[in-house]
Design a binder for this molecule. Structure first.
Ligand SMILES: [Fe+2]
Ligand SMILES: [Fe+2]
Length: 338
């Protein structure tokens, strides 16, 4: 069979049918946005070597007390290896997505993630020895997305979950100004990652329309597994985040808000108004958050497990915690890749 293929007969790996896919108007509009993501990525591509060198020179080097340096190294080693995972995942998407525009956007993402990986490596090398691995929970999270063959799950997990979590962490580290070179560097990352969320928002509706109800349910179940591993990974990082002045509880809340915000944009792309299911999932995550990352006042950790459970039930019944709209701040080219 293989020899037949080599001889030019039989099934080819080249999808000659890529232009044969019928499209509705809304889908065509989204395809245009996807193509735009690719061209924006090309226009805004930055030279990581120059940017890092300029920022280090501007701030007179990377100066940070040893305890903070250790915390930053641990947290950003996860980001660094996470960028390698994102590079691999986007390369898988670039290979496997068939429609031209989505394929272009994923290819552009792979180019960005390669830059994110080597720049983070170079940054960490200036901070001290670069860790050779990451914690088990973060690895489990990334391996789930890497190993799934289901493209809907892969795209949802990567673009909506992993990217939203990374954006939240970047925003928090920038806001506490943990280290000035890193704070400025992360601005560049955030703009790129926001385009990657855009790929999810613009292409997932097409994929979801083509998927069966069972596949939808499977994708939601997959997302919940990712939420579990994100929480476990944040729990492992809690002490290091605290050294930088960041509360893991807050990251979870903001990450969830960003993710739900992205999901709602996805629903509205599909012409569906905020479904109750989305709200319920949000409330459920907020409730679990009360258990895993209790508030640091009388209502939380000091109240013991019974107090936490009571609080979690109240939060769930209230439909989750209110979210400050400003905390959803995704960088401009983000989702509205107009
Ligand atoms: Fe990245
Ligand atoms: Fe990304």
């Amino acid at each position: 069979m293989k020899s037949l293929r080599i001889a030019g007969f039989g099934k080819s790996e080249i999808r000659f049918d890529m232009f044969d896919l019928a499209r509705e108007a809304a889908e065509a509009r989204r395809a245009e946005k996807l193509q735009h993501i690719y061209h924006r990525g090309q226009d805004l591509a930055w030279d990581g070597r120059d940017v890092l060198a300029e920022l280090v020179a501007k701030h007179g080097g990377i100066k940070v007390p040893p305890d903070k340096a250790a915390a930053l190294t641990k947290i950003f080693a996860i980001i660094m290896w996470g960028e390698l995972a994102a590079w691999k995942i986007s390369a898988q998407l670039a290979d496997r997505l068939v429609p031209l525009e989505a394929k272009m956007a994923a290819t552009s993402q792979a180019h960005d993630e390669a830059r994110h990986f080597y720049v983070m490596h170079d940054y960490l090398a200036q901070l001290g020895p670069v860790p050779k691995t990451m914690d088990a929970a973060s690895r489990a999270l990334l391996d789930l997305v890497l190993n799934t063959d289901n493209l809907l799950r892969k795209l949802m997990g990567m673009q909506l979950m992993v990217e939203a979590l990374a954006l939240t962490l970047f925003q928090a580290v920038r806001e506490v100004n943990a280290e000035p070179v890193l704070s400025e560097l992360l601005r560049y990352y955030e703009k790129d990652e926001a385009r990657h969320v855009g790929l999810g928002i613009q292409h997932l509706p097409t994929m979801m329309k083509a998927a069966s109800a069972i596949e939808h349910a499977g994708a939601i179940g997959f997302q919940l597994r990712l939420v579990f591993w994100s929480m476990a990974s944040l729990k492992a990082l809690e002490p290091d985040l605290r050294v930088l002045g960041i509360e893991a509880r807050q990251i979870m809340r903001l990450g969830k808000a960003k993710q739900l915000h992205a999901s709602e944009m996805l629903w509205s792309e599909m012409g569906i108004e905020r479904p109750a299911l989305n709200r319920q999932i949000g409330a459920g995550i907020d409730a679990i958050n009360e258990l895993v990352f209790p508030r640091r006042d009388g209502a939380g950790s000091e109240a013991g497990w019974l107090g936490r459970i009571k609080l979690a039930r109240e939060v769930f019944k209230a439909g989750g915690l209110p979210v400050d709209a400003t905390t959803l701040d995704m960088p401009a080219p983000a989702i509205a890749v107009a």
